[in-house]
Design a protein around this ligand. Structure first.
Ligand code: SF4
Length: 261
């Protein structure tokens, strides 16, 4: 990876949405041309919704894969299934072999993400492993994902290192017999671009964004501010997790309710 590549990514920051759509569509067409059986990874989040909308223009019957972690916000589950129905998707909802609580018991709760850390075990078991197993057993040779370089330092380094379209024989700990093409058409999109696209195209908005900045598992402790979000949305689950972590909450002290500070 070079400084130049990081600089190239930064140069995309303020480009207009029209340019970002143009490059995203080129990446999609290029990926479709090079492969025979493709899939879109769909989480219900805003990036994957935009990605799905873009890809469907070129491949309306593409396989759409959603990993139901078992600890989804109910709002997200409802939204994903609604999109699958209303957009008439070729939709697959995958379930993991182990549940979140079994994984936490063995490996602990997910820690705040850092660019130099490996992905949390729960992400592997609940999302990436079921998806990779599906790609393998269904001979998928191209996977579209909605990641962007501007989401985090980890993602920026990843895009700088690999680019928005690359062949690999390995995703995480999964080895593939034949190479699989990974396509990231939104590699250079910012959050602002995503919201602008949603507005311009009048796409439905996942109700999860009424109370959260990001889509993810309800039980996720892997981001800064999870305590505040969960204590407001599901105080009982918040207390359960805090107790499992050996931490006390304000309501443990004489019925004082947790307050935002
Ligand atoms: S979003 Fe959080 S809780 Fe869910 S799998 Fe990833 S790290 Fe684990």
């Amino acid at each position: 990876m070079s400084y130049i590549k990081l600089k190239e990514i930064e140069d995309w920051l303020d480009k207009p949405l029209s340019k970002k759509i143009e490059i995203a569509e080129r990446i999609i067409q290029d990926a479709l041309k090079q492969t025979t059986k493709q899939a879109v990874a769909f989480s219900g989040g805003k990036n994957s919704l935009v990605l799905l909308h873009l890809v469907l223009q070129f491949e309306p019957n593409i396989i759409v894969v959603f990993c139901n972690t078992g600890v989804e916000y109910p709002q997200n589950l409802k939204f994903v299934r609604r999109i699958a129905r209303e957009w008439n998707l070729n939709f697959y909802e995958l379930k993991p072999e182990k549940n979140f609580w079994q994984i936490v018991k063995k490996y602990g709760f997910p820690d705040h993400r850092r660019w130099y850390k490996k992905e949390p075990k729960c992400c592997w078991y609940l999302k990436n492993k079921p998806a990779n197993d599906f790609y393998k057993s269904n001979n998928i040779d191209c996977v579209f994902t909605g990641i962007s370089a501007f989401e985090s330092r980890t993602r920026k380094l990843h895009i700088a290192n690999k680019g928005p379209l690359y062949w690999t024989k390995r995703i995480g700990d999964t080895k593939f017999k034949r190479p699989i093409l990974r396509a990231h058409p939104l590699a250079y999109w910012t959050d602002k671009d995503i919201w602008e696209y949603i507005e311009v195209k009048q796409l439905p908005i996942n109700p999860i964004y009424d109370f959260a900045d990001r889509n993810g598992c309800m039980t996720c402790t892997g981001f800064i501010g999870w305590e505040k979000q969960l204590s407001q949305v599901n105080p009982a689950l918040y207390r359960r997790i805090m107790h499992m972590m050996g931490k006390r909450v304000l309501s443990d002290y004489g019925g004082i309710e947790f307050e935002d500070t």
